[in-house]
Design a protein around this ligand. Structure first.
Ligand code: NA7
Length: 544
């Protein structure tokens, strides 16, 4: 074996750190850990290209619901200076191009192993290392393991009798084929009306012969009001880029605004109407924040929900269809609120029908149709599952992670995820999760949550390096204490009242019900993480 190959072998066998996933979080963590350890790190990525969420979710209409100038990295002035987004809400392909631009600009590709799906990670107390094996047979050891697997990356295809007999094609939106799907002249059944269904349905309707939308729960949605971004926008942006960043990191949700300090229920109806109209006209996720009590006061929430309902009804020609699409069973924004690009207008098209599968559920799938309990059969050449994800824990539970004393992560989490700050767990030394359960993650503009986590993880690893520590683990009592804080924060909002949401794990059969993200605000959370670091990590045990 040549000396280069020898070095290569050595390098693969014992690394300072391995990162799982090459999406938004994995790329930044890779860059950041290279600053600490040099090139003795590896990123394992299951996909055949980088991009994470934006590699897998390439269904027609896929876009981000955060505004493009905020949905990007802010840690690097070079990246900020050299990239301009073309629209207010970036399309999947543009986000993927952005992440490829980042990987090239930061020269990360040499550290990323594509097509390597981690199946086991086992902690060995005698050498204080994680031992990893991928499905493809690669084995590695590392001192530090960071998961950057995404919160919505484990696609959920519900188990429906007869799916295996279906003679057409079926696809989950979160696992969309690279070559695309031709809907032209096809009869298509779409299951699911969450953010994804709301994006994909109008696009499928453009070419399909017939689209049957199977709706279990109607969804509030706010018009996105997409626009192009011109040179003028970017000129202004560059002048105020620090302000934009400050606004985001000081906010609850990582967006560049704060909720207006006024309560809807205490506002005169005529004045409220003017405010709501202006917010509706502006569109996007900011709509909710034109008052600050929407997620804490049921009465205010109801006024806003009724307003949205009326606005939606005005877009739909057939009153019975309008009634079906606005038959809400939860308070506004207690499930993640979508924004839309002509979703409701799509139901005015001749070739589009909505079917209420709450009152008439799916019974089974036959060779060429989806059959309901009533006996109605919806013909299908293609079935599209826009049925969401095993959120926040699904991707981690798919890996066989065995910590100290043989503790399996799946067992540790069997009654719901337990973490300290969504970042670490006691029996899993030198193991860190980016946007894990118990962190604000899915309640935020993700790049802001990701940057905060990556920087915190890098901070503790620098601390270890300076002090010569080989081992760190959070103290045993911390997850219990943090779980109380996560529960308290959720209970200060209306969010747990949507008892079938994926925030609670309720969309997955058998999954324990627990409100998983930290709802106390990214700003408050950042301070908690900072004070842990400023205390020299008083809740951690370190060993040399
Ligand atoms: P969501 O928001 O989980 O939506 C999934 C949709 O699929 C929702 O309408 C579900 O109805 C429906 N669903 C799920 N399982 C079934 C079964 N078994 N039968 C019928 N209908 C079903 O996932 P999305 O992909 O739309 O969005 C996820 C996030 O990605 C989103 O919040 C953004 O952050 C990006 P239900 O409401 O459960 O009755």
């Amino acid at each position: 074996m040549s000396s280069i190959a020898n070095r290569q072998k050595q390098k693969i066998e014992m690394l300072d750190a391995v990162i799982i996933g090459a999406g938004f979080s994995g790329l930044y963590q890779c860059y950041s850990l290279r600053e600490i350890y040099g090139d003795n790190i590896v990123v394992l990525e299951a996909g055949d290209e980088i991009g994470g969420t934006w590699h897998w979710n390439r269904y027609p209409g896929a876009r981000c619901d955060c505004e493009s100038h905020t949905y990007c990295y802010y840690f690097s002035d070079v990246l900020l200076a050299e990239w301009e987004w073309s629209e207010r809400y970036p399309k999947q392909a543009e986000i993927l191009s952005y992440l490829n631009f980042v990987a090239d600009k930061l020269d990360l590709r040499g550290l990323i192993r594509l097509g390597q799906q981690l199946c086991t990670a086992t902690w060995n107390g005698s050498d204080n290392c994680w031992h990893l094996r991928t499905k493809q047979g690669l084995t590695l050891s590392c001192r530090v393991l960071v998961t950057a697997v995404g919160c919505l990356s484990s696609a959920n295809i519900p188990s429906i009798a007869g799916l295996e007999d279906f003679e057409g094609a079926y696809f989950h939106t979160g696992n969309w084929p690279r070559q695309g799907v031709n809907f032209s002249g096809k009869k298509v059944v779409v299951i699911g009306t969450g953010s994804t269904g709301i994006q994909v349905i109008p696009k499928i309707a453009e070419s399909a012969q017939k689209v049957s939308v199977l709706q279990r729960t109607p969804n509030y949605s706010i018009p996105a009001r997409n626009t192009n971004r011109d040179a003028r926008f970017w000129e202004d942006f560059r002048k105020n880029q620090t302000d934009w960043h400050n606004k985001m990191i000081e906010s609850r949700n990582g967006h560049p605004w704060r909720a207006e300090p006024r309560q809807l229920k205490n506002t005169q109806l005529s004045e409220a109407r003017v405010i709501l109209d202006a917010a509706w006209q502006m569109g996007g996720l900011r709509f909710k924040d034109c008052f600050d009590d929407i997620l804490t006061d049921l009465e205010s929430n109801k006024i806003m929900a009724d307003y949205i309902s009326l606005k939606i009804k005005q877009k739909i020609n057939d009153p019975s269809v309008a009634a079906m699409l606005t038959n809400f069973d939860h308070a506004f924004a207690t499930k993640r609120p979508p924004i839309d690009f002509n979703y409701f207008e799509t139901f005015n098209m001749e070739n589009v029908d909505v079917v209420d599968i709450r009152s008439d559920p799916i019974k089974k799938i036959n060779k060429g149709n989806v059959e309901l309990h009533s006996g109605d059969r919806l013909e299908a050449d293609v079935i599209v599952f826009a049925t969401g994800f095993d959120a926040m824990t699904g991707a981690l539970n798919k890996i066989d992670i065995i910590g100290r004393n043989g503790q399996a992560l799946s067992e540790y989490w069997q009654n719901g995820p337990k973490t300290y700050l969504g970042l670490v767990m006691p029996d899993f030394p030198n193991f860190f999760m980016i946007t894990g359960p118990g962190s604000p993650s899915v309640l935020t503009n993700m790049p802001r949550a990701i940057e905060q986590h990556v920087e915190w993880i890098s901070g503790i690893l620098i601390h270890m390096k300076i002090k010569g520590y080989q081992y760190c683990a959070v103290k045993a009592e911390q997850p219990e204490l943090w779980a109380q804080k996560v529960e308290e924060a959720a209970s200060e909002t209306l969010m747990p009242t949507a008892n079938h949401s994926w925030y609670l794990g309720a969309n997955i059969k058998g999954k324990p019900r627990q409100f998983m993200p930290y709802a106390g605000g990214l700003n408050r959370y950042r301070d908690i993480c900072l004070s842990e670091a400023n205390s020299n990590y008083e809740n951690f045990v370190f060993l040399r």
